[in-house]
Write a protein that binds this ligand. Sequence first.
Ligand code: BDP
Length: 700
Amino acid sequence: EDGYDLWLRYRPIPESEAAPYRARIAQLVAPATTPSQQATRDELVRGLGGLLGTPPPLADAAGVEGALIVGTPASSKQIARLGLATKDLGREGYRIRSVEIDGRDATVIAANTDAGAMHGAFHFLRLLQTRQPMASLDIREAPRTQLRMLNHWDNLTRHVERGYAGESIWDWHKLPDYLSPRYTDYARANASIGINATVLNNVNASAQQLTPMYIEKAAALANVFRPYGIRVFLSARFSAPVEIGGLKTADPLDPQVRAWWKAKADDIYKAIPDFGGFLVKANSEGQPGPQDYGRTHADGANMMADAVKPHGGIVIWRAFVYSHETPDDRAKQAYNEFVPLDGKFRGNVMVQVKNGAIDFQPREPFHPLFGAMPKTPLMMEFQITKEYLGFATHLAYLGPMFEETLRADTYARGKGSTVAKVIDGELHRGTLFKSGLTGMAGVANIGSDRNWSGSHFDQANWYVFGRLAWNPELSSRDIAEEWTRMTFSNDAAVVQPIVAMMMGSREAVVDYMTPLGLHHLMGRSHHYGPGPWVEGGPRADWTSVYYHRATKDGIGFDRTTRGSDAVSQYAKPVAAQFDDPAKTPEEFLLWFHHLPWDYTTKSGRTLWDELVVHYSRGVDAVADMRRTWDGLSGKIDPERHAQVATFLSIQQKEAQWWRDASIAYFQTFSQRPLPEGYAPPAHPLDYYESLEFPFAPGNG
Ligand code: BDP
């Protein structure tokens, strides 16, 4: 096994457990009059065939004991008669139910649309894959967000920015003629977890993507994805009218520019009738944008929104911005720029906000924009690829990280105003925020590697993203278990240790990289390995010293009312908590506070000692993961077991490197000994500082 099959392996259910499933799936009724229905039927045949040994016989209508019927009231009279496809299931929901038809037991997967039926079919297969009972099913599911989207940071050169899984899966050179089977498998995998949208290209976009040649290539991909209910979006470069349109300006208020985008949208919709719209990174990290012409983000977004509006398209405008001048505190910038624009965006604009205010760190407090723009649909942006969490070789299951942000309480409308409720629209539905658009985006970790994500466990991050986008209130532990059962084994002796390992893995990374609220200490620009000493260069906020502010007196970024006052961007109860070191959750301590080295932490230890303890604990946790994994040898197929084992050994080496380099560096400020029993770094500081990695992957 090389991991290509992802969580859709469909390996046979052991004979001893198969009988009840065979009895309930004695016949398959799955009409196939549309490409989407055909894809659903194919998946059921493939999946049930794999799981049960042979696929059930196909029939036009349920006629035996134990039939499985999938479809919509339009595709099946029997489903229409049962009346299960109710309005509340919406466009993508489904019902799975044990029923009686003509006095015989049957199972029905009913939906209003083909897409809903497909989601239901994948759910049904998951029940078998995870060995759930089949006898009296009554499942009702509808997605809590409308857009569940991957953002590929893929360039037309096939280089993937922050990609650690090989090249881009989009083989632009061979498109539109050659359609790799991988594109279909990509669509299957996404559909299986409810992902229904994909942005094909990098937010640092090339204008070429919008030329006729590349629109045609994108259209070919859209054709592959359509039966799976997945719509294509493109990242648009704001200056495209100048670069490929021959105009002198890209000023969003210029009539020629507006006409250019309208014509461009018309062309795209001719090729891709269900095109989703544009994702835009503007006036950030050197990207062009409306501010180049003295206009606002709203001016820019609205101009493009007007262009796609007649076709039902939307514009997703990113709030990850920073200005030319280094601000006193970069964490404050997006809020400062976007809150005044609340209510100024067109109804078909969404603002996409990263989970935290800096940049996809191993841990960040939730972004203060959540809850602060009640008139604007905010789309969550998580990073699935592990730019700041050790790339593909470090095992870090991101479920707990996503969950932590989604469950954080913004207090925007009193207690219980979680980020999840901002994202799914519940918090402001029917009041201020009118368009009803909701969504969640994840920066993809997918590439040309056989195992798709660069490592077997990184597949879990793709998986958990999709599941949480469907329902932001699911538990990351339950999802880890589901994934483990489908990906590795249903044996409790495998499931339990793997889930435990996954659940602790992200915290281990936080501990050995950036404990107690430290952040942005990775190697310059490639972000590989520790670089707490990074200083100088073009922008202060691209250095580590800007963020940790270590001196002989202490460490941490003072974002309190006495410091940069970033805390005041949060609702009052949250701000009050973060303003006081004694009330700040310790995991965010140095995010919000600059504290003396001998500050007493909750454990009773000094801050310095506590840091060392966390760094060391992180390394120990990786050693534990290795032991756990070694103990699973023989219970997991050898190819995957061996690769994970090797990656864990890399992780342990690098966790040690992180710990030692960080301690060696910070000790020059703390000037304190290590607590008793903690080993000193293996090398002097200058050794760590001298390491160079010019060709670290994913850079640029
Ligand atoms: C940062 C990445 C950079 C991205 C940027 C973004 O380092 O490569 O272009 O985010 O989100 O995390 O636009």
